[in-house]
Ligand binder design. Structure first.
Ligand code: FES
Ligand SMILES: [Fe+2]
Length: 389
């Protein structure tokens, strides 16, 4: 290997300056953060773009508030020991949430401090009228809670989410977990066509078909959707076996596939990506369903991995059957076994400053980084470095 070539072993930040500055996540977007079923009248604390947020449901509607009591800094999501004892909840009045420590009580709609229970009804701190916590816009759609994080006015949710995902006949099965790693590494992994053909060779779901896997992908043309919101490229499998100079042929096909004719092996894929970090894997793992995933920044070293499978049907029986398939099979074989290969890699990506040597299939990764850098809602962005030399 020579170090003379200026593109060899370049630190990522030298070429993708703005991208590096985006490591904490892109503000001013709707993010799916947690399944609806996980938010009830008990407060739940989460972190998004390094902001602590408490979610709580009140008469059906979910509210999101900054998860830090301005009195002494206790998270509003924090409970008390023995809280289940009579009179022990923190929902003292309708439409409010009380801090577990001294009972400062906040209006769920406005975040305003409306009582400081242990200071009596004539509390001077309440009468000041200017104390409260920040609230965040929330939506509840397709079985997920979505939070708008940023200082700009929220756009309609439909502007940020793939319309197919929001269709009325979509059955959405989802799983949300916090993973180790940076959201950008997770996004790059999802959009990377080459890893599929190597990393995933040992996934259970392909136990009986991996003999039909081709050696490497042939990456097609890059595209941007007419509205500019989505980037995409097609890829298809290359030859079943290839001759590597001086080494021999690869991959070795299992015996059982050698007995069959594989003339009709085909299949192509596409993985459209949209901001702030949403990937759609078309017709995967089978023709009748599509996988959507989001990489939601928690902080610089963690992300919420939002995995969903979507099947479109209005038939109630088929809807129920799809949910059953997910619970019994799809979740474990694909979202756990298959995708654990991905999040296992992302957790082990080297930490910045990342020095890397990109190869031909990484044209997809380059495309993804430039697209993320072009984020139209990123205020105060550092300039994009133009030459890749
Ligand atoms: S810290 Fe919240 S009421 Fe005292
Ligand atoms: Fe993958």
């Amino acid at each position: 290997m020579t170090r003379d070539d200026p593109t060899v072993g370049r630190p990522r930040h030298a070429t993708f300056t703005r991208y590096e500055a985006m490591r904490g996540g892109l503000p001013n977007y709707w993010y799916p953060v947690i399944p609806s079923r996980d938010v009830g009248s008990r407060p739940v604390g989460i972190r998004v773009l390094d902001q602590p947020i408490v979610l709580v449901r009140d008469t059906g509607a979910v509210h999101a508030l900054h998860d830090r009591c301005p009195h002494r800094g206790i998270p509003l999501s924090l409970g008390r020991r023995w809280e289940w004892m009579p009179g022990g909840g923190r929902r003292e009045f309708a439409g409010t949430l009380s801090c577990a420590y001294h009972g400062w009580t906040y209006d769920l709609e406005t975040g305003r401090l409306v009582a400081a229970l242990t200071d009596g009804p004539d509390s001077a701190i309440v009468e000041r009228g200017c104390i409260g916590v920040r609230t965040y816009p929330v939506e509840e759609r397709q079985g997920l809670i979505w939070v708008w994080v940023g200082d700009r006015e929220p756009v309609p949710l439909e502007e940020d989410v793939d319309p197919d995902f929001l269709r009325r006949d979509a059955v959405v099965c989802s799983w949300v977990r916090v993973m180790n790693g940076n959201w950008r590494d997770a996004a790059e992994n999802g959009y990377d066509p080459a890893h599929f053909f190597y990393l995933h060779r040992t996934a259970f779901g392909y136990l009986f078909s991996r003999g039909e896997w081709t050696a490497y992908p042939i990456v097609g043309e890059r595209r941007t959707s007419p509205d500019g919101k989505e980037i995409d490229f097609d890829f298809e499998g290359g030859p079943l076996e290839a001759e590597y100079p001086g080494l021999g042929s690869w991959p070795k096909r299992p015996r059982y596939t050698r007995l069959r004719s594989l003339d009709d092996v085909e299949g192509s894929g596409s993985t459209p990506f949209r901001l702030p970090g949403a990937l759609r894997v078309n017709r995967w793992p089978a023709d009748w369903l599509t996988h959507f995933e989001w990489y939601v920044p928690v902080d610089e070293t963690h992300y919420r991995y939002v995995q969903t499978f979507v099947h479109w049907t209005s038939n109630p029986l088929k809807r129920a059957a799809f949910r059953a398939w997910y619970r019994l099979w799809g979740r474990w074989i694909w979202h756990q076994n298959f995708n654990s290969q991905d999040f296992g890699i992302v957790a082990n990506m080297s930490k910045p400053p990342l020095e890397e040597i990109l190869f031909r299939p990484d044209s997809a990764v380059r495309q993804l980084r430039r697209f993320i850098e072009s984020d139209p809602r990123w205020d105060d962005a550092p300039p994009v470095v133009d030459e890749e030399g």
